[in-house]
Design a protein. Structure first.
Length: 221
């Protein structure tokens, strides 16, 4: 695979996030802001540029990347630490649908992951999802989930019971109890993001997750 000129994050990126977790205050961040700009923000922008292009090639859909802010919104949180000690990025397919799935990337001191799916289905979209799951499309979804690579982690159902009007013993009860659907590939070590050719491994993870994206972004059959 062609990484488009971006191979991996610098080791300094993970070092910075680890140090920020231990020194999550404005004085420390101000003193080390140049490191953040150089080792985290700039590489993340390069990463977004390459991944956006590849996802658009893979799906045929335009995508909108978003690097989540390092500054936390602490207005309604008991945790007043001012910064996010992680790098989170989303790539949302632009179709105008409220339930359109996205792609996700996370680099944290203790975790490195790539994912796809929908985090929350609201009333109308949730009803439509359940109707699909109960029919032939649901059979197809169950099969493709069963055929995903063994290292894919699928989100767990949010509900304890199958919602009405579906039978409690429905053959796809697990899917009907969901209000979201995401799939994830967790890398063995966060330091992999800083190793040569990480971009290729990340893109391979997205390819492995693509069946979930395709089902969620395809009209009912």
């Amino acid at each position: 695979m062609d990484g488009g000129g971006f191979s991996h994050f610098p080791g300094e990126a993970l070092d910075f996030l680890t140090a920020l977790r231990a020194n999550n205050n404005r004085d420390w961040f101000t003193e080390n802001k140049a490191v953040y700009e150089r080792a985290v923000k700039a590489p993340a922008e390069d990463f977004c540029r390459v991944v956006t292009g590849r996802l658009e090639e893979m799906t045929g859909l335009p995508h909108r990347p978003k690097i989540f802010r390092i500054h936390r919104d602490v207005r309604f949180s008991r945790d007043k630490t001012p910064y996010n000690a992680h790098l989170h990025i989303s790539f949302m397919a632009e179709t105008g649908s409220t339930s359109q799935p996205g792609w996700y990337f996370g680099l944290e001191p203790e975790r490195l992951t790539a994912g796809t799916g929908v985090f929350e289905l609201y009333k109308g979209d949730l009803d439509a999802f359940r109707a699909r799951v109960a029919g032939k499309d649901g059979e197809r979804l169950a099969r493709l989930i069963g055929q995903l690579p063994a290292d894919v982690r699928v989100s767990k159902p949010e509900l304890k019971r199958v919602p009405q009007p579906y039978a409690a013993d429905h053959p796809r009860a697990d899917l009907l109890r969901r209000k979201s659907l995401t799939g994830w590939m967790d890398f063995a070590n966060p330091r992999e993001a800083c190793e040569s050719r990480f971009m290729d491994r990340c893109l391979a993870a997205f390819i492995g997750l693509k069946p979930v994206f395709d089902w969620l972004s395809t009209a009912p059959r």
